[in-house]
Design a protein around this ligand. Structure first.
Ligand SMILES: Cc1ncc(COP(=O)(O)O)c(C=O)c1O
Length: 466
């Protein structure tokens, strides 16, 4: 379908550069590896037949095993990860919906707490589960989450629930394989979409303690963890074989007696959503969720899985082949990390050259390890990112994402981003990344010269070079 927007784009004298799209560039898709894996799987009826039939609820057993071993090697937790902690999913988005089906009730569950700026496509998943009036923003701080703010607000939320007599699930039946949490906390702790921030170890531990205190389930989208490299534009090193911080699910497993400590219900307080979208291809629609064994089994018991079997059953067999042979791990280390590092460094250099002198700033610029798909820029006030994005599109045929897109619907007053922009370095070519930043700088500097209403604005001050 051709939209009026497409026509407008096509008629623009400049070629389109899209720094909003959070997709991998097609050159980074492991097509050849998948070709070998699919051929092998389909030639072996002992793998192909179960792959083409309904799968077990918890997913392809071979993939569960492979994921457990691979995660053990990458995250190096205190004890190895067993396959019982893993359920295969249709990716992080699909699984967020499944988790909410089994573990939340839009009446009893008081609020969904989203660390903001937040991944905007998660909003509708929560809304679909009945939480449209219960979404709350929790501001990020330099360490990843304003923990005191969250604690204060959760306390208030509990007082409200008490005064309303909200003491039992209203819409969901009681099930032996599930439970209903009183709160949901949603976070992207490493190389976040959109802010690219990484949450500190201290904040991760504090979050687990708060979740236990308030009977909250923390759902983390850990989808960028494998795409990491040393920070800086001068180092030659572009790959890192293991994670530098434990996931929040790893912390819940061991902190102060762990998720399965005596007296606890065994479901734990954290679900880690993993995905092959960013490290193999989003079209695979395959991922995994990790939690306690009890939790992982519960997610697999949604009605849709009970009827249709595990999602992505056939693609799971291909991905298992890639992991068992070690090809995917090698591909991430030797191809993806260096390629994304180069893209990141190209964008950073262009930002340093063109945008920092105009007063634009980058958060967490002192990190040792960086990663993911995105960079988050703060424009010098009074520049509004919405106006900049509009001008960039109209004048430069450049698409960027303005901060408002990542504000939590219904709670933008708690965390608003009128001066921020998200840029993606995964989709466009290196040349377009450089050109895109130069175009953005042209827009910013023209707007600074003219001022929003056409008046002359003060030039960038010395703090513009931070
Ligand atoms: C934070 C976050 N969660 C989930 C997704 C989607 O993951 P999947 O393709 O596994 O559904 C993305 C993709 O952009 C993302 O950035």
């Amino acid at each position: 379908m051709t939209t009026p927007e497409d026509l407008e784009m096509r008629s623009h004298p400049k070629s389109l550069i899209n720094l909003l799209r959070g997709w991998p560039n097609p050159s980074l898709l492991p097509v050849n590896l998948l070709q070998t894996a699919t051929k092998k799987v389909l030639a072996d009826r002992t793998i192909a037949d179960p792959g083409l039939l309904y799968g077990p609820d918890t997913g392809d057993p071979r993939l569960r095993e492979c994921v457990a071993k691979w995660l053990t090697k990458f995250y190096k937790p205190a004890q190895p990860i067993s396959h019982e902690r893993i359920t295969i999913t249709g990716g992080a988005s699909q699984n967020l919906g499944c988790v909410l089906q089994v573990y939340s009730d839009p009446g009893y569950t008081r609020n969904v707490w989203m660390i903001a700026p937040a991944y905007m496509l998660a909003f509708r998943i929560f809304q679909d589960s009945g939480f449209h009036e219960k979404l709350r923003a929790v501001p990020e701080d330099e360490e990843g989450v304003d923990i005191q703010y969250l604690q204060r607000q959760m306390r208030k939320s509990e007082e409200r629930a008490k005064s309303e007599g909200n003491t039992a699930p209203k819409f969901k039946p009681s099930r032996p394989y599930g439970k209903i949490y009183r709160h949901i906390i949603y976070a992207v702790p490493a190389f976040s979409n959109p802010s690219s921030r990484t949450m500190s170890l201290q904040r991760r531990e504090q979050l687990v303690r708060i979740a236990r205190q308030f009977d909250a389930l923390i759902i983390t989208d850990d989808v960028y963890d494998f795409l990491q490299w040393p920070a800086g534009t001068t180092t030659d090193q572009s790959s890192l074989e293991s994670a530098t911080l434990p996931r929040i699910v790893d912390i819940d497993r061991t902190l102060e007696g762990g998720a399965e400590r005596e007296g606890a219900d065994g479901f734990g307080n954290v679900a880690s959503n993993g995905s092959f979208s960013k490290i193999a291809g989003p079209g695979l629609r395959t991922g995994w969720v990790e939690g306690t064994e009890k939790f992982a089994y519960g997610v697999s018991q949604t009605g849709t899985t009970a009827s249709g079997g595990a999602p992505s059953q056939l693609t799971s067999t291909y991905v298992a082949e890639l992991l068992e042979s070690g090809e995917l791990q090698k591909y991430i280390f030797e191809t993806l990390q260096p390629a994304y590092a180069e893209r990141f460094r190209t964008m950073l250099k262009a930002i340093e050259e063109h945008l920092l002198p105009l007063g634009v700033s980058l958060p967490q610029s002192d990190r040792q390890v960086v990663g993911g798909y995105f960079m988050w820029l703060s424009l010098p006030p009074p520049l509004q990112s919405k106006a900049v994005a509009q001008r960039a599109k109209a004048e430069e045929n450049l698409i960027v994402a303005q901060g408002e897109l990542f504000e939590v619907p219904g709670d933008s007053e708690s965390a608003s981003f009128p001066h921020d922009l998200r840029l993606c370095f995964a989709w466009e070519s290196l040349e377009n990344i450089r050109e895109g930043i130069a175009r953005l700088a042209r827009v910013v500097s023209q707007m600074q010269r003219k001022g929003a209403g056409g008046e002359t604005m003060a030039p960038a001050t010395e703090n513009g070079h931070k």
